[in-house]
Design a protein around this ligand. Structure first.
Ligand code: PXL
Length: 283
């Protein structure tokens, strides 16, 4: 599934790794957000670029403040990266506000990012932190639905986000299928309804409007899962940047996140992050 990058750099040096872009918020605790995305990209062999949407003041016990980046600056970061460096895949995480969402949607259209465009876009519809702190302004949910979902190559909601987006309370694997159908009607090319919050299974359901594919994963009783959604979506994005098709990229992401959760570590007094270290082996 890896596209080998054999072309030479103009200076005669070998070309670098594939490039992915995350459009996401900063987590000062380093567990989630753009920090999780960038280290996942690295662990998956992809150079990460970033358009910062917001700065969160955050540690292992929660978020105490959010400062948004001006929408035009978010768009400028994306434009600067894509027009010079070029990106093979992109991902959105915390988009913070309706005006940032509109700016991101507009610049994605301008630069050929999104569903049926040259650069695939993974939309992780982040609405709240795992502690329940809001990461999306009130009133922005409607814009997430109308502006981002139709532009997504792949949408990756967890069950809380399913409830917010389409009002369905998924309590069983069978209801994941219904949720996938309801979300697909909003326009994403693929939907991955993650079942990690279900009691008895950690099955994720991938739907393309015709077929369902179930990805089974072990349900691990690990207390430290901060950044798990970001990390899964980032690993999928990295695989897309390396040339994988969506189902293969999801399969790759599932294997990556299972290991990252298995190696999660404590940090501070609260919830620790999932870990990339199983992959990096510094020693
Ligand atoms: O995990 C979702 C997420 C995304 N982005 C930022 C976050 C979080 C969760 O806390 O802080 C910046």
């Amino acid at each position: 599934m890896t596209a080998e990058h054999s072309a030479e750099h103009p200076g005669g040096l070998p070309a670098g790794p594939p490039v992915a872009l995350t459009i996401a918020g900063s987590d000062s605790g380093g567990g989630a957000g753009l920090q999780a995305d960038l280290r996942t990209f690295t662990a998956c062999g992809v150079h990460g670029c970033v358009a910062v949407t917001a700065v969160t003041v955050q540690n292992s016990v929660g978020v105490t403040a959010v400062v948004e980046v001006p929408p035009s600056t978010v768009a400028e970061q994306i434009r600067a990266v894509v027009t010079d460096i070029g990106v093979a895949a992109a991902k959105t995480g915390m988009l913070a506000s309706a005006s940032i969402m509109c700016a991101v949607a507009e610049v994605c259209d301008e630069l050929g990012i999104g569903r049926d465009r040259v650069v695939p876009l993974v939309v992780d519809p982040v609405a709240a932190s795992m502690h329940g702190n809001p990461l999306l302004a009130e009133g922005a949910l409607a814009l997430l639905r109308s502006e981002l979902l139709p532009r997504a190559t792949l949408l990756t909601p967890n069950l809380d986000e399913v409830r917010l987006l389409v009002g369905l309370d998924v309590g069983s694997p069978a209801e994941q299928y219904e949720a996938a159908r309801a979300l697909h009607a909003w326009g994403p090319r693929w939907v991955l309804v993650k079942g990690g919050h279900l009691q008895d299974s950690a099955h994720d359901v991938l739907y393309d409007g015709r077929e369902f594919t179930v990805f089974t994963g072990p349900r691990l009783a690990v207390p430290h899962t901060h950044g798990s959604g970001d990390t899964l979506a980032a690993a999928i994005t990295a695989a897309l940047a390396r040339g994988a098709a969506v189902p293969d990229a999801v399969s790759y992401g599932k294997r990556y996140i299972a290991q990252a959760i298995a190696h999660a570590y404590p940090l501070g007094a609260g919830v620790g992050p999932v870990s990339p270290f199983w992959r990096l082996r510094p020693d």
